[in-house]
Design a protein around this ligand. Structure first.
Ligand SMILES: Nc1ncnc2c1ncn2[C@@H]1O[C@H](COP(=O)(O)OP(=O)(O)OP(=O)(O)O)[C@@H](O)[C@H]1O
Length: 613
C-alpha cells in the first residue's frame, strides 16, 4: 500500500495515495480553471477587501485628507513667489513658510496613520484568503493532490498569498492617492493657466503607451517567476522528506546539481521580471523631464510677454511633477498589481476546484452499520483510458475477514481506495449494507471506516493527541484503554514523559513498529464498523510484530475487515482470500480451498513457505 498523500479525517490517519506525480492523470478532478480574466480577478480580490468595510472607509478618508494636503503645497509655493519673494515681504514669507511646514507635517502624520490602518486591512484580508485556501485543501479529493507536488501547493498557500498581501498593502492606497492627486493637480493646473496645462499634457499619450506595454510584459514574467518558485519549493520539499533515500543512494551531489538548475531558473525568471518592471521608472523619468522642460520653456516665454507670472510657473512646474508622479506611480503600482493578480490567479485556481463534498446526491446516511460489503462488476482506472480494476465482484458478510493478496501493482490498494471513496468507480457498484456508497456522504462514510496503514503517520504533538485524532471527544482514560488494547501502553509508559511525549511530524523519535501500534490505538478509539488493514512488510522485530498482529486481531473482532496481506502466514484464518492479478480476481476462497485448487495462491504460498524453510 502506498503512503498517504495527505491526512484526511477518517478513522485512521490518512488515506492511501499513490503514484502520480506532476502531470499525473488527475482524472476525476481536472481543476476547473476559469478563463484568465484580470477584471474578474481584481473584482474577486476586491470582494475580499470589501469584507473590511470600516478599515477601508477609514483608509480612504485618510487618503483623501493626505492628498488634499499634498495638493495645497504647490499653490502656496507660487503664492510665496508672487506675493512675498518678488515684493520682498520677508515677514510674510516666514509666516507662509511656517504655515507650509505645519501643513506638510500634518500630511505625513495622516499618511502614517493611513498606512497603519491599511496594513491591518490587508493583513486580515490575506488571513482570510489563507484560511480559504487551507480549507479547500482539506476538502479537495486525492486526485487533485496526485497531480501536484506538495511544495507547489505550499507555494500557493504561502508565497502567492504573500505576494497578494504585499501588493494590497502598498498598491491599493497608493493607487487611490495617485488618482486623487492626479485629478486634484489637474484641477489646480487648469485654474492656474489653461495654456500651460495643455503643454504639460502633451507627453501623456507617450506615458500611457509605454506603461501599458511594460505592464503586459511584466505580468507574464511575474507569473513565470511564481511558477519557478513553486517548482523550487516542490523540489526542496521532496528532497527534504526523502533525505533517507537521497543519502542511501548517495544522490546528494545529484540533488544539489538538480537544485542548482531549478534555482538558476528561478533566478533568471526573477531577473527577467525585475528588469521588465524596472523599465517603468527610467522610461517615465525621460517623459517627465521632457514635459518639465516644455513647461519651463513655454512658461518662460509667456512670462516674458507678461501673459503669466513667475509664481504661476513655479506652481505649475510643481503641479506638473505632482501630476506626472501619480501617472508614474500608477504605472509602478500597475506592475505590482500584475504580480498580485498573477498570485491571486494561482490562489483562485485552487479555490475554484470542486471539492469532494459538493455533489448533492451523496447525502445518504448509514445508520448502525452491520458491515455487509458487496463489490459488483467494479471497473475503475485512475486514468479512464487505462482501467486498473476490471469487473471485480465479491461479497463480505458482516464480521468477515477478507484478505487481498496478489503481486505488487495488482490493484489491492485500489480496491480499498474505492471503498473509502478516495476515488469513485467508473462502472459497477459498491454497497455497504445494501446502500450504494456513491449515495453516502463521503465524510460520513469515512467515519464508518478505519484504516491502519503500513506507513503509520503521526502528527507533531503529544502521543495522547495523536491517539485522540481517532475521536476528538475521547477522554484520557479512553485513550489509555485504547492504547492498552493496542499493546502500545507498555512502550508509552516507559517513555520519560509517557503519554505527553512530543512527537515530530515524521515520528522519527519512535520506531516504525511503535508508530504502527499508535495508529492501531487511534483506530480502536475511532471504533469503526469496517476495517482496512495494511500489513506491515518492513522488518519489524518479531516481538513487536507479535504485538502488532495481536493488536490487529483485537481490532478486527466483530468487524468486517479487509486485510492487504503480504505474508500469507497471517491470513490463513481469513473467511475469504481474494487473489488479485492485473486488476482482476484470479481466485477466491478459503485458505484450504485455494490450496486444494493448486492455483496461483498455492504457488505463492508454497514459494513463501519454501523461503521460510
Ligand atoms: N494515484 C494513482 N494514480 C495513477 N495510477 C495509480 C495510482 N495509484 C495506483 N496506481 C496504479 O494502479 C495500479 C494498481 O496499484 P495498487 O496500488 O492498487 O497496487 P497494489 O496491488 O496495492 O500494489 P502493492 O502491493 O505494491 O501496494 C498500479 O499500476 C499503479 O501504478
Amino acid at each position: 500500500m502506498k503512503p498517504p498523500s495527505s491526512p484526511i479525517g477518517i478513522g485512521g490517519p490518512g488515506g492511501p495515495g499513490g503514484p502520480g506525480g506532476p502531470g499525473g492523470p488527475g482524472r476525476n478532478i481536472a481543476p476547473k480553471v476559469r478563463p484568465k480574466n484580470t477584471y474578474a480577478t481584481i473584482k474577486r480580490l476586491w470582494s475580499y477587501l470589501g469584507r473590511q468595510r470600516t478599515g477601508m472607509l477609514l483608509a480612504t478618508l485618510l487618503t483623501l485628507l493626505g492628498s488634499v494636503v499634498g495638493l495645497v503645497g504647490p499653490y502656496l509655493m507660487g503664492k510665496a513667489v508672487d506675493d512675498y519673494i518678488i515684493p520682498h515681504d520677508y515677514g510674510g514669507l516666514v509666516r507662509l513658510c511656517l504655515f507650509m511646514l505645519g501643513f506638510y507635517v500634518l500630511g505625513n502624520i495622516v499618511s502614517w496613520v493611513q498606512s497603519y490602518v491599511m496594513t491591518g486591512v490587508s493583513g486580515r484580508t490575506v488571513q482570510e484568503l489563507r484560511h480559504d485556501v487551507f480549507d479547500r485543501y482539506q476538502a479537495l479529493p486525492l486526485p487533485f493532490f496526485d497531480s501536484r507536488s506538495h511544495g507547489e501547493l505550499m507555494s500557493r498557500a504561502t508565497n502567492d498569498i504573500e505576494n497578494v498581501s504585499n501588493s494590497l498593502n502598498q498598491s491599493v492606497i497608493q493607487m487611490l492617492t495617485s488618482i486623487i492627486t492626479l485629478i486634484g493637480s489637474l484641477i489646480m493646473m487648469l485654474r492656474l493657466n489653461l495654456a500651460l496645462t495643455g503643454v504639460s499634457m502633451v507627453c501623456i499619450p507617450l506615458m500611457w503607451i509605454a506603461t501599458k506595454k511594460i505592464a503586459e510584459l511584466s505580468r507574464t514574467n511575474f507569473k513565470g517567476q511564481q511558477q519557478a518558485l513553486g517548482a523550487l519549493n516542490g523540489f526542496i520539499e521532496e528532497t527534504v522528506s526523502g533525505q533517507n533515500t537521497v543519502k542511501a543512494f548517495r544522490r546528494e551531489a545529484a540533488a544539489v546539481r538538480q537544485f542548482q538548475a531549478i534555482n538558476r531558473n528561478l533566478n533568471q525568471a526573477g531577473i527577467k521580471a525585475q528588469i521588465v518592471s524596472g523599465m517603468v521608472g527610467p522610461v517615465m523619468n525621460v517623459v517627465n523631464n521632457l514635459s518639465f522642460a516644455l513647461i519651463a520653456a513655454v512658461g518662460g516665454w509667456m512670462a516674458l510677454h507678461d501673459w503669466t507670472t513667475i509664481g504661476v510657473i513655479v506652481s505649475l512646474l510643481t503641479y506638473s511633477k505632482q501630476f506626472n508622479r501619480p501617472i508614474n506611480e500608477l504605472a509602478n503600482q500597475y506592475n505590482m498589481v500584475q504580480s498580485a493578480i498573477a498570485g491571486a490567479e494561482r490562489v483562485f485556481e485552487v479555490l475554484d476546484t470542486d471539492t469532494e463534498f459538493e455533489e448533492q446526491r451523496d447525502t445518504h446516511i448509514l445508520d448502525a452499520v452491520k458491515g455487509e460489503v458487496v463489490f459488483s462488476e467494479v471497473t475503475f482506472g485512475y486514468n479512464r483510458e487505462r482501467p486498473i480494476l476490471k469487473h471485480v465482484s465479491f461479497a463480505a458478510k458482516p464480521g468477515d475477514k477478507i484478505a487481498l493478496v496478489g503481486p505488487t501493482g495488482a490493484g489491492k490498494t485500489t480496491i480499498v481506495n474505492l471503498l473509502t471513496r478516495f476515488y469513485d468507480i467508473d462502472a459497477g457498484s459498491i454497497t455497504i449494507d445494501g446502500v450504494d456508497i456513491r449515495q453516502v456522504d463521503k465524510n460520513h462514510l469515512r467515519g464508518k471506516l478505519g484504516m491502519v496503514l503500513q506507513d503509520a503517520y503521526v502528527f507533531s504533538g503529544s502521543i495522547r493527541e495523536n491517539i485522540r485524532y481517532g475521536r476528538l471527544q475521547a477522554t484520557d482514560e479512553e485513550i489509555e484503554a485504547a492504547a492498552k488494547l493496542a499493546n502500545a501502553d507498555s512502550f508509552i509508559t516507559k517513555l520519560p514523559q509517557g503519554y505527553d511525549t512530543l512527537l515530530t511530524s515524521e515520528g522519527s523519535n519512535l520506531s516504525h513498529g511503535q508508530r504502527q501500534l499508535l495508529t492501531i490505538a487511534r483506530t480502536i478509539l475511532a471504533d469503526p464498523a469496517i476495517l482496512i488493514l495494511d500489513e506491515a512488510t518492513s522488518s519489524i522485530d518479531t516481538r513487536t510484530e507479535m504485538h502488532i498482529l495481536d493488536a490487529m486481531r483485537t481490532l478486527m473482532k466483530g468487524r468486517t475487515s479487509f486485510v492487504i496481506a503480504h505474508r500469507l502466514s497471517t491470513i490463513q484464518d481469513a473467511d475469504r482470500i481474494i487473489f488479485i492479478r492485473d486488476g482482476e480476481i484470479a481466485e477466491q476462497g478459503t485458505h484450504r480451498q485455494l490450496l486444494e485448487a493448486g492455483g496461483l495462491y498455492y504457488e505463492l504460498f508454497t514459494s513463501q513457505f519454501q523461503r521460510v524453510v
